[in-house]
Design a protein around this ligand. Structure first.
Ligand SMILES: NC(=O)c1ccc[n+]([C@@H]2O[C@H](COP(=O)([O-])OP(=O)(O)OC[C@H]3O[C@@H](n4cnc5c(N)ncnc54)[C@H](O)[C@@H]3O)[C@@H](O)[C@H]2O)c1
Length: 341
């Protein structure tokens, strides 16, 4: 079998997850990498044996012979790169969130459709074992009809203050709300109809980052389910895990509880603190990425090869973003907002 030829746009932290994963797939060759920051792209190229290095994605698309592109630019910078990749007839794997404005969402959907390329958004919690097990139990009818849900996905402060240089251009809603909204919508198997959200700020602004601290949101689904969703960026840096991720789904005949952040499977204690290290997203086994962060990327490549549907459709990812826009509007206006699909 000929190897699939990959390119990556965005050589930051998540870009490296893509580079390492793709590099570990024997039937993929990463032929090109592009970042506005040439040094960063060059270092990644050297580490993962990538021959072509670019600082302009349009030049890369003109010159490089790749089958697909992983788009790993910051949250608010996915649209133009996506549209240019589709116009170059490349299949695309886009990091979450799909896009952060209504105009971008519709322009990207139109470009994907017009150019007949395949596209997936990396909403990788669908590959997380607790969530995929919950989905199977729900589909098997084990907890009856789903009536309500609760999902809490928070990050500690350091993600907004230290890890992301662009956190003030995004928000916890785009960065993590995109994940939690996708995960819970997948479990309750419906589309959000109406939202009511309350936001608070102040803690991060005091730390010099001009973004909202938290959103508490009530979601009403088209199938009647009610969900409470909490997204915050201010859990303490001393928390045992960077993320704080809990979920509950209540059905007419049962209930599912998920806690992927505070587990009892492994704790590592030093003189300074105790950590429950991540064992689901990016564990390294046999010196390879073995968790759901890489399994979603592997799945994208496998579905390109076998032609079967992606586990996340681009329409679902776009609909989630339209619901997130309604949440932002609701928090701004202080009243319930219907999602405009
Ligand atoms: N799936 C996940 O769980 C997960 C985890 C972390 C980040 N992400 C997502 O991945 C994306 C990137 O996040 P990150 O943490 O890697 O950010 P980052 O800031 O570490 O890296 C982004 C890189 O994109 C580059 N860039 C920006 N515009 C560009 C352009 N037009 N052409 C080429 N390069 C460009 C920047 O120079 C930077 O090096 C975001 O959308 C983020 O939400 C997803």
């Amino acid at each position: 079998m000929d190897k699939m030829k990959a390119a990556i746009i965005g050589a930051g932290k998540q870009g490296e997850v893509h580079a390492r994963t793709l590099n570990e797939i024997p039937y993929v060759d990463i032929v090109a990498i592009c970042d506005l920051n040439e040094t960063r792209a060059g270092e990644m190229a050297q580490k993962y044996n990538i021959k072509e290095v670019y600082t302009d994605h349009k030049e890369m698309l003109n010159k490089s012979d790749c089958d697909f592109v992983a788009i790993v630019t910051p949250d608010h910078l996915h649209a133009q790169v996506t549209i240019d990749c589709t116009n170059a007839k490349k299949h695309i794997l886009i990091e979450k969130p799909f896009a952060t404005t209504r105009e971008d969402i519709h322009a990207m959907l139109e470009a994907i459709e017009r150019n007949k390329v395949r596209a997936m958004v990396d909403l990788h919690n669908r590959w997380s074992p607790p969530f995929s097990t919950a989905k199977r139990a729900i589909e098997n009818g084990e907890i009856g009809d789903i009536r309500s849900g609760y999902i809490r996905l928070n990050d500690n402060k350091s993600v907004a203050t230290d890890m992301l240089s662009w956190s003030a251009n995004s928000s916890i809603l785009w960065f993590l709300g995109s994940h939690s909204l996708d995960a819970i919508s997948w479990l309750v198997n419906s589309r959000v109809e109406k939202v009511y959200s309350v936001a608070r700020d102040g803690v991060l602004k005091k730390l010099g980052v001009d973004t909202i601290d938290m959103y508490q949101t009530t979601l009403e689904y088209e199938n009647g389910c009610i969900v409470q969703m909490e997204n915050g960026w201010i859990t303490p840096n001393g928390n045992t895990a960077i993320i704080d991720f809990k979920c509950n789904v209540l059905g007419s005949e049962g209930m599912i509880n998920i806690n992927t952040s505070s587990h009892d499977l492994i704790q590592i204690s030093t003189e300074k603190k105790t950590m429950s290290p991540d064992i689901l997203a990016k564990p390294i086994v046999e010196n390879k990425m073995a968790g759901f962060s890489s399994n979603s990327i592997r799945s994208f490549v496998d579905r390109l090869i076998d032609g079967k549907p992606f586990l996340v459709s681009v329409e679902e990812a776009a609909n989630s973003c339209l619901a997130l826009i309604a949440i932002l509007e609701s928090a701004n206006k202080g009243k319930a907002v219907k999602v405009d699909y």
